[in-house]
Design a protein around this ligand. Structure first.
Ligand code: TPP
Ligand code: DXP
Ligand code: MG
Length: 639
């Protein structure tokens, strides 16, 4: 079902069509765009509050700037639905985040208006600066470069690295700080408080209004207006502004705060800024979820709510007759509290994903022992390392793909010093609709090669709890536990906590001819396959190896004695992953069994459901079954 756009939006196939509208029509087009986003997301899903919050900004940017010639970079990109709809993708927007459909984030290969591929936060200023410097180098002096970054994304070190560089260039860069006082959860930290102070400061607002009044008058003076305006503005700021401004201190020209929902004022401000050279920052104050009352009220819930009834606001949930297994995330969250109640050394850390990873349960129960540190993965890891030096046991929960950003900290600050930090890597394996930026494909490989690091993955809820308990024991050193997004398999999951021997796998079923070796939740697919094959009297062995490192050598020797053929299955990259660890063991021990490795091959996978992507990669249940049947049909001549 395609959604009908409003009458103005129906005629906008590109920003050129938008530019044909009169100023008066802009308010209506914003209403239509907002409604179109609500209509689509309620039926097809996706990120919600962030795009509603930048409707006016999106319209104003495409109205004033010459996109795609002028380069517009969205940070994270979860707020870019309006941008996609206005730039030729309105009629296919219902495919957003669906398998083979539009990406949920800007993507260079999807549109020339998507100047930079995003998904992970805080890259926009660096990227836009790179573009601005390239334009300068090529003599494209007219070209504009705009980075739109949220207050949450601004908390990351990378954003500050970029500001630090940009401030000493004379590049044509406009940073728009979209300040809605929210990350996914409420934004945190001193920067957030600083931004709130500026937004509410009476002195500041007075100064700002005077500057804009004077700019308005001066613009009547013709071609030299901007130089004059710029001098007047600096003068006013220098003389009137007693409090120092962070961005001005970094040599940016700071403008704002302005109301990010007043589209007419925004167009006039952007029009003025277009003509002011050098790095500048416009502080826009917006409301996440603007225009949909429930989303304005509970902004975390409506960040990405799932499907809902747009009239009543009811978020649909599947109703089951029997109790269902919990999400791994909730098992993690509740187990953290349980462990921390028993062991006063345990602390919890998340970089800006408290509700996503469920550390919010511990943050509520034990606020002095659980920290949201902002979008700051590098800091989260080294902060955890610092805690560990003092004898505490930090559980640092980071989405597998976001951990890529903190790799040096894992190696240099944790592993090299053999510190007791537990890394809970959430969203391991295919993330699903978020796509390649968010798939947790590489963690087994990138963690396995680091000395001192233990790498494990639970096959179910009980295993997750036991691995967490094991990792909390004294002197474990760096310990990784990876698990996927979503439900496990055990409705009755509050099992007693038991220590697992590090590096020890489990026999799920002994069999004949072919052994399936799995790691983590994906092992449940092998269970399914074995049950199906048993109906035909076929009985492959199945081993849940639990640890990719140290790998269970005793069980592997035993497997080599019993089987000619091995299938390894992992929801991670094949290069350097769990299957590679098995191959290394075979080679080191001169075994010559036939081995087939199933996992994520050496290419990027787009978005879709986890199962669709697993099948595309060749390790969904039917693919494992096929591999077993093919292996069983093969005759091994040499042993
Ligand atoms: C490196 C990284 N860490 C975490 C995330 C998860 N994440 C996506 S959006 C978001 C909040 C961003 O807040 P802000 O930039 O203020 O945008 P808003 O949603 O408020 O519009 C977070 C934490 C991410 N995409 N990238
Ligand atoms: C844009 C972004 O990075 C997050 O909103 C992400 O989509 C959250 O993923 P989960 O829904 O798996 O928590
Ligand atoms: Mg925000």
């Amino acid at each position: 079902m395609t959604i009908e756009p409003g009458p103005l939006l129906a005629n906008i196939d590109s920003p050129d069509d938008l530019k044909k509208l009169s100023q008066d029509q802009l308010v209506q087009v914003c209403q239509e765009l907002r409604q179109f986003i609500i209509d689509n997301v309620s039926i097809y899903g996706g990120h919600f509050g962030a795009s509603l919050g930048v409707v006016e900004l999106t319209v104003a940017l495409h109205y004033i700037f010459k996109t795609p010639y002028d380069q517009l970079v969205w940070d994270v990109g979860h707020q870019a639905y309006g941008h996609k709809i206005l730039t030729g993708r309105r009629d296919v927007f219902h495919t957003n985040r669906k398998y083979k459909g539009l990406s949920g984030f800007p993507k260079r290969k999807e549109s020339e208006f998507d100047t930079f591929g995003v998904g992970h936060s805080s890259t926009s200023i660096s990227a836009a600066l790179g573009m601005a410097v390239a334009s300068q180098y090529k003599g494209e002096t007219e070209k504009q470069h705009i980075a739109v970054i949220g207050d949450g994304s601004m908390t990351a070190g990378m954003a500050f690295e970029a500001l630090n560089h940009a401030g000493v260039t004379n590049s044509n860069l406009l940073v728009i700080l979209n300040d809605n006082c929210m990350s996914i959860d409420p934004n945190v930290g001193a920067l957030k408080e600083y931004l709130t102070d500026i937004t509410t400061s009476a002195t500041y607002n007075k100064v700002r209004d005077e500057i804009w009044n004077i700019l308005g008058k001066i613009s009547k003076f013709g071609p030299n207006a901007q130089q004059i305006a710029s001098k007047v503005e600096s003068g006013i700021k220098a003389t009137l502004l007693k409090q120092s401004n962070l961005f001005e201190s970094l040599k940016f020209r700071y403008f704002g705060p302005v109301d990010g929902h007043d589209v007419l004022h925004l167009t006039s401000v952007l029009n003025d800024l277009k003509n002011i050279p050098g790095p500048k920052l416009l502080h826009c104050v917006t409301v996440k979820g603007k225009g949909y009352a429930l989303a304005e009220k509970d902004q975390t819930k409506w960040h990405s709510p799932g499907l809902f009834d747009k009239i009543t606001g009811e978020i649909y949930k599947t109703v089951y007759e029997k109790p269902q297994p919990p999400k791994y995330q909730d098992v993690f969250g509740h187990t953290m509290v349980e462990l921390a109640e028993q062991n006063d050394k345990i602390m919890g850390i998340t970089p800006a994903m408290p509700s996503g990873c469920s550390l919010n349960i511990m943050m509520k129960a034990m606020p002095d022992r659980a920290f949201d540190v902002g979008i700051a993965e590098q800091h989260a890891v080294t902060f955890s390392a610092g805690l560990a030096t003092q004898g505490l046991v930090p559980f640092c929960n980071i989405y597998s793909s976001f951990m890529q950003r903190a790799y040096d900290q894992v190696m240099h600050d944790v592993c090299l010093q053999n510190l007791n930090v537990v890394f809970c890597l959430d969203r391991a394996g295919f993330a699903g609709a978020d796509g390649p930026t968010h798939h947790g494909s590489y963690d087994i490989a990138y963690m396995r090669c680091l000395p001192n690091m233990i790498v494990s993955a639970p096959m179910n809820e009980e295993e997750l709890r036991n691995l967490m308990f094991t990792a909390s024991q004294p002197d474990m050193g760096p310990f990784t536990i990876r698990y996927p997004r979503g439900e496990g398999v055990m409705p009755e999951w509050r099992t007693p906590l038991q220590k697992i021997e590090v590096g020890k796998g489990r026999v799920i079923q002994e069999g004949e001819e072919v052994a399936i070796l799995t790691i983590g939740h994906i092992g449940n697919y092998a269970v399914e396959v074995c049950e199906k094959l048993a109906l035909e009297g076929l009985k492959p062995g199945h081993y849940d190896m639990r640890f990719a490192k140290p790998i269970d050598e005793a069980i592997l020797h035993e497997i080599m004695r019993r089987y000619d053929k091995i299938i390894t299955v992992e929801d991670g990259c094949l290069q350097g992953g769990f299957g590679s660890a098995v191959l290394e063991f075979l080679a080191d021990n001169n075994y010559t069994a036939k081995v087939r490795r199933l996992g994520i091959p050496d290419k990027y996978f787009e978005h879709g459901s986890q199962l669709q992507l697993q099948h595309e990669a060749g390790f969904a249940p039917q693919d494992i079954e096929k591999a077993v049947r093919e292996m069983m049909a093969q005759h091994v001549l040499v042993r």
